[in-house]
Design a protein around this ligand. Structure first.
Ligand SMILES: NC(=O)C1=CN([C@@H]2O[C@H](COP(=O)(O)OP(=O)(O)OC[C@H]3O[C@@H](n4cnc5c(N)ncnc54)[C@H](O)[C@@H]3O)[C@@H](O)[C@H]2O)[C@H](O)CC1
Ligand SMILES: [K+]
Length: 541
């Protein structure tokens, strides 16, 4: 797992490293060296380094000197003379580099800058790093716009200039990088809000050899999941099983308005490995679902006047639930009064429970000031997994503003920490999804924008249910198990976008790719696509 830190923690880490005997000046040399190695790997003949006033700029000055020594032609643009650079660390390295072979241009006009950009194979963005705040002040807006319009390959040092390292919000303008060479640890802003779009490929340079001893001393906002972290999560399904003992799921879903959500969730749960999946749905749409899912028994429950669960459905569903390995409630149920009864009834059962979509809206409606004040939730012993998207999460957290990953993590933490139980997980869905447990926040590999399609959430809920159902003993951690499911979902998005085209993926495409997606996850989601392609070729051959 790769730790993701807030900038305050990064600064604290720098101080700890300094106490261990590696000064900030040495760190800057190491940072420049790392950045230079990333640029050199792109085999440029000519490089332009654009620097700012602070230590981010200092990294740029160091990198410029190293690249020049490797025979690459390096021009460097700076807003002021080296002697006028405010940061003493940066001033020192700037004086040193300026005295060598790098061509230094102080305060170029826009046209001069454009000419330099167009001549360069790689542009190094060393204008602003973690010291950036507010809006971008002159002369950098002009420079950043020129870089975005005229540079062919941009490597940002630490973070793209103009990106807020905490929230991931991009200022106007913000450097759009092809790659970001970030220092010591990745920053949450690189994965939040605009971060993924502006940072390009993120490569992290640890810089300090003793980092692994120190990194535990500071707070981690989250841990980025790598393929190796998921290898041991799922146990083989033993051959001596029958369809029940393999793991069964009860999907409490559907309404006359949204019967399809029940179909998607149930089919996804089956595809994700559950041996036996049943649906319990309001009687008004039970037949519809039966026709769509011949292998799935559909139990009709009493409905209200509008075709959602009626109050009488609660006792029947509460009685059914313990017969299954896990229950998934929510897809397409609406937040009618009867549904609220069903959800509170399920919270009192002792069966692993996944609450998605409208089941979460029902919860939110029951408590005005956020569900962290809801005792039914926290008295529960059995595992509880909630899968809100940002809007649903905001409602659950009493209206807290949830706009991007960082605030989603905060809101999810208030919910799991209120209960403190290690078998409660909030899967905060978004462009980057976080599996938030009381111990850790995990970021599984993210899927493509193609996943932002109607029904995609129902499919993820089904995948989580299928994986929970087939997990026969207590998992290492529930948040890691959920991370596996999210990685499978991301992999279906990648595979579907590859076969259907990124714009035309629909939720049913995802379901049909759940099987190959498991192989992709084992191979590391991104590279896993070749695994799927290879296995498809084998089948054809
Ligand atoms: N964290 C580490 O382990 C290391 C960090 N390094 C690099 O240092 C920068 C952070 O340096 P710092 O001097 O704190 O800040 P910046 O260089 O990002 O910028 C501060 C500089 O910029 C000016 N400024 C701030 N806001 C704006 C604005 N809105 N518009 C214009 N100018 C602005 C401010 O006045 C300052 O002068 C970190 O990112 C790493 O790249 C070292 O490498 C050592 C290891
Ligand atoms: K930068």
């Amino acid at each position: 797992m790769k730790p993701i830190l807030e900038t305050e923690a990064v600064r604290r880490l720098e101080d700890l490293i300094e106490q261990e005997g590696t000064s900030k000046a040495e760190l800057m040399e190491l940072a420049g060296e790392f950045a230079a190695s990333i640029v050199e790997a792109r085999s440029p003949k000519r490089v332009l380094v654009v620097t700012g006033f602070g230590n981010n700029g200092g990294d740029g000055w160091v990198a410029a000197d190293i690249l020049q020594h490797k025979g690459i032609h390096v021009d460097l643009v700076t807003p002021v003379e080296p002697d006028e650079i405010p940061s003493p660390l940066a001033r020192h390295v700037a004086r040193r580099t300026a005295g060598r072979d790098v061509t230094v241009i102080v305060g170029p006009s826009r046209d001069e800058l454009v000419a330099l950009l167009e001549k360069s194979d790689v542009v190094v963005d060393a204008i602003l790093g973690t010291g950036f705040s507010g809006t971008v002040r002159a002369p950098f807006p002009i420079w950043i716009r020129a870089i975005n319009e005229h540079a062919s390959d941009v490597v940002s040092i630490d973070i793209p200039s103009g990106l807020n390292a905490e929230t991931g919000k991009a200022a106007d303008p913000c450097v759009s990088a092809d790659a970001t060479a970030t220092m010591i640890a990745t920053k949450i802003g690189l994965y939040s809000a605009d971060g993924p779009e502006y940072a390009g490929e993120v490569v992290c340079g640890e810089l300090y050899s003793g980092l692994s001893e120190l990194i535990g001393e500071v707070d981690h906002v989250a841990e980025f999941i790598e393929a190796s972290d998921l290898e041991t999560v799922l146990k083989e399904i033993p051959s001596a099983v029958n369809k029940y003992s393999r793991g069964s799921v009860l999907v409490v879903a559907g309404s006359s308005t949204y019967p399809g959500a029940a179909m998607l969730a149930a089919k996804a749960a089956a595809r994700a490995g559950a041996g036996y999946v049943s649906v319990v749905a309001p009687e008004t749409c039970a037949n519809l679902i039966r026709m769509a899912l011949p292998t799935v028994p559909v139990i009709a429950a009493p409905a209200d006047g509008r075709g959602s669960f009626g109050a009488a459905a609660r006792s029947m569903i509460v009685e059914l639930a313990p017969k299954y390995s896990c229950v998934l409630a929510g897809p397409g149920i609406t937040d009618a009064a009867g549904c609220m009864q069903v959800v509170t009834g399920l919270l009192e059962t002792e069966v692993p429970l996944i609450l998605d979509a409208d089941a979460l809206n029902c919860l939110a409606r029951m408590t005005i000031d956020g569900i962290d004040s809801m005792p039914e939730l926290y008295r529960r012993e059995a595992p509880l997994i909630m899968t809100p998207h940002h809007k649903e999460l905001s409602r659950l957290a009493g209206g807290a503003s949830v706009e991007e990953l960082a605030s989603a993590i905060d809101a999810a933490r208030t919910i799991v920490w209120a209960g403190g139980s290690s078998n409660m997980v909030v899967v905060a869905k978004g462009p980057v999804t976080a599996a938030v447990g009381v111990e850790r926040v995990l970021l599984p590999p993210a899927g493509p924008a193609a996943l932002a399609t109607a029904g995609s959430g129902d499919v993820l809920a089904g995948i989580i249910a299928g994986i929970v159902a087939t997990t026969r003993e207590e998992p290492e951690s529930w948040e890691l198990l959920c991370s596996y499911a999210v990685a499978v979902h991301s992999a279906t998005g990648i595979a579907a976008a590859a076969s259907m085209g990124p714009r035309s993926v629909i939720a049913t495409d995802l379901i049909d790719l759940i099987g190959p997606a498991f192989d992709m996850v084992e191979a590391g989601v991104e590279d896993g696509l070749d695994v799927v392609a290879a296995s498809a070729e084998e089948e054809e051959a």
